[in-house]
Ligand binder design. Sequence first.
Ligand SMILES: Cc1ncc(COP(=O)(O)O)c(C=O)c1O
Length: 395
Amino acid sequence: MVYSAPLLSEKKDLDHRINHIVHHLKPSTPLHLLDLKALTRKSKEFKSLFRGTVMYAVKCNPSKEVIRTIAKAGIKTFDAASIEEIRNIRKWVPGAKIHFMHTVKSRESIREAYFDHAVRVFVLDTADELRKIIHETDLAPDLDLYVRLALPKNKEASTDFSAKFGASPEKAVQLLQEARLVSARLGIMFHPGSQSKNPDVFRKGIAVAADVIRKSGVKVESIDVGGGFPVQYPGQTLASLSDYISTIHKAIDDYGLSALDLYCEPGRALVAEAGKLIVRVELRKGNTLYLNDGVYGGLVEAAKHQGGFIYPVRLIGKQSDEAGDGSLIPYRFCGPTCDSIDMMPGPFLLPAEISEGDWIEVGLTGAYSSSCRTNFNGFGKYQTVILDGSPCGKA
Ligand SMILES: Cc1ncc(COP(=O)(O)O)c(C=O)c1O
């Protein structure tokens, strides 16, 4: 189906354009809207602020439109976590540079990445993984290896990764020494945790990395400070992207690492703003709205066990754009599956008169939304529409 909404250029008209799309399509399954202009803007902003190489962490939204748009905006290095992501990047952006940044890779995926897709950058956090990489690349002379560091638990992040990934500083020292013997280029990396609410965590990570490099006594050519740059969800007051990046630049200088090639690998902060999700109210029970999407679908991060993200929401009434008298009350959401973890505490502020059949626009859902969908209970169907009016896929 080809849909063509009237294109109104002003930002203030975006709501009207979206209402128009929704009233035209009357979606009964969740609808992802992708704003490629917003994505281009954000990619250019990141690139202009960061003095090193910005990579895109593909996992948070691996769609072809997103990857091609980011590449067109000038970000041509990608952080891939799986061979499937690598295959797609190679197909959609043939000249891309790909970093295979999962610390635990199957032997088959290492071999295919190196020999079929010209991947040279691999990460590791154990000596066993180092041996796998050396073996599966047939002792390649041109490896660009990164040692991933674990950092102390980051309580100010929505997801901390260091309990699962990364070597302790002591082990990282040894790994750098061992990896140096077999790599053409050597790097160190960390990820401070997704949605890191305090820029200082990057400074602390850089301090640990500098200490590990010094203790290893070997030459290290690059440092990758990860993703983790946050998005301002409702109710949060966070430092700006430019503050985060200045903190990183200053720490790199302060710890004597400015001669190293510098990388970052944002996901969320690059694409969250470019996505909106349209869901429908199937039933209202008091202040609980039962939706056609939930934590097994596009709203995984709104689940309590995922940190209970509160997204910006807006009512799109079934009849018109009217939004009542403007007074908002708090709701919680329930998703469509039979599982009781499929609940989202919010609170989500919406007009008091909301009822069955109304749609809700959920903002800031460009990252970890469409990519985390499942078909649990048979609720996996959704549509995607590009905000310039063209549909780009249906599942
Ligand atoms: C290795 C790695 N890099 C980058 C990212 C992107 O992180 P974020 O979306 O918080 O920027 C992730 C997220 O899981 C990751 O595991």
